[in-house]
Design a protein around this ligand. Structure first.
Ligand SMILES: O=P(O)(O)OP(=O)(O)OP(=O)(O)OC[C@H]1O[C@@H](n2cnc3c(O)ncnc32)[C@H](O)[C@@H]1O
Ligand SMILES: [Mg+2]
Length: 204
């Protein structure tokens, strides 16, 4: 029997990546848009807090277990910014393109060797909105910020995130290639292990 879990994100790019990685589990993943779950204020100062806020809210509205992702880009030359504020870097209604423009502007004049960055992802699984022991997993992906955009795939900062191993940006990778290397892919591999234990136990 497959169990339903709500995916607590309003980001279609995340839904696409996470759904693909969750396919092997015997669970039915439903994006929160199907339940009309609205956006919740991400008032935390850490990825962990914000992921819990999002998972808890979706679990509360739907009555289902929830998985949330809070993620972002930390740039060394900017002291780790935009970090937790990556989605709002260029303002509260910023588009991905606005955020990239601000990032490239902030790094203008910075030499290629000093443009190191990391994508970070925290995934949280909550069995219910009152779950006192959420499962928390994290992943990191190292790269460099380019001076201009390349590629059309992915979302967010992907067009300016250089992946040395593949000699292209993360927006030039296929979904499968990105999932094999990315912060989200790494966090999800851990979650899959913990979740399969958990879902099996819950079904016993
Ligand atoms: O909160 P939800 O509804 O999940 O969707 P969101 O897009 O607002 O997501 P976050 O609050 O976690 O903000 C993440 C930011 O980091 C960026 N980001 C995260 N993972 C990324 C990835 O794999 N590739 C490119 N950008 C990414 C993303 O574009 C956002 O600007
Ligand atoms: Mg968000």
């Amino acid at each position: 029997m497959s169990r339903k879990i709500v995916l607590a994100t309003g980001n279609k790019g995340k839904v696409a990546e996470l759904s693909q990685l969750l396919t092997p589990l015997n669970i039915h993943i439903v994006p929160q848009s199907e339940f009309n779950v609205s956006e919740v204020a991400e008032t935390g100062t850490t990825f962990v807090e914000n992921a819990i806020i999002k998972a808890r809210y979706a679990a509360k509205i739907t009555g289902l277990p929830a998985i949330a992702d809070d993620s972002g880009l930390a740039v060394d030359a900017l002291g780790g910014a935009p970090g937790v504020y990556s989605a709002r870097y260029a303002g509260s209604n910023a588009t991905d393109s606005d955020n990239i423009d601000k990032l490239l502007h902030s790094l203008s004049g910075i030499a290629p060797v000093k443009r190191q960055a990391r994508f970070l992802c925290v995934l949280v699984y909550m069995r219910s909105s009152e779950d006192p022991t959420p499962i928390i997993c994290q992943g990191e992906w190292h790269g460099e910020i380019t001076v201009e955009r390349s590629g059309e795939s992915g979302f967010g900062y992907d067009p300016v995130f250089w992946v040395a191993q593949k000699k292209c940006t993360s927006a030039q990778l296929t979904k499968e290639q990105k999932n094999a290397l990315s912060h989200r892919g790494k966090a999800l591999q851990q979650l899959l292990v913990k979740l399969s234990d958990n879902v099996e136990k819950a079904g016993e």
